[in-house]
Design a protein around this ligand. Sequence first.
Ligand SMILES: Nc1ncnc2c1ncn2[C@@H]1O[C@H](COP(=O)(O)OP(=O)(O)OP(=O)(O)O)[C@@H](O)[C@H]1O
Length: 247
Amino acid sequence: MLRIGDLAAGYRPDTPVLHHITVDLAAVAVHTVAGPNGAGKTTLLHTLAGHLRPTTGRVLLDGRDVTGWTPVRAARTGVALAPQGRRLWPSLTVAEHLTVTRPPVRRPDSRTWAVDELLEMFPALAARLRHRGHQLSGGEQQMLTIARALRTAPRLLLCDEPTEGLAPTMAAHVTHALRDLPCHGVTVLAAVPHARAAATLSDTVYVLADGRLTGPIATSGGQAEQALRDHLTLVSPALPNPGQAHR
Ligand SMILES: Nc1ncnc2c1ncn2[C@@H]1O[C@H](COP(=O)(O)OP(=O)(O)OP(=O)(O)O)[C@@H](O)[C@H]1O
């Protein structure tokens, strides 16, 4: 589905952020990339969405070379981004977000999403159709961000930290919706800050640390947490040594 070969990218030619990223995501599934702050997760997703041009390497989507495409061309080919920070349009209501975003005319192979289907997926939005983005809770904003991205009929949905900071019920709802997308032919690539977040979305995780990708690693059994332990700020704190607890 998505093949990345020896990809490097960054914001300045002399300081690459991503190094030799090579991965083959063959299955239509939810795939996760976990890494600490600054590891390069957003940079990777932005490069795949066409917001950043790779300095070397190739990106193939269903066998088609999409390396260095513009965001508009990437979107027309079936790549959508649900960005970190959501980037909702401040002057538009929920209903307007969903109606101004439309699928490309010529892509008969993609699953399209009617507004009603998206409101069924996220009923919380149905009660908020006339509200603007800033009037929504964090969870509702995240739902709208994903719904807006789905309106472009993606085959690949890139989600940057989709459940971070959400109330548990909202996070569970977003997770459920994302896990269901492969049934509709949509592959999800989600960037998450730690292995536990990855485990709610997928059985395996790729670990991104210092711009280098390893994996896939099973999310169960603690291997992924171990792989990240040196880099993460958000893993569970170590349990106190019982002998030291009451000193
Ligand atoms: N627009 C930018 N210009 C220059 N450097 C940037 C820019 N955006 C990110 N960086 C740098 O690129 C590196 C990777 O950042 P990136 O945001 O991709 O990491 P991340 O894993 O998504 O972290 P976070 O979870 O904090 O967003 C960091 O060193 C960051 O400072």
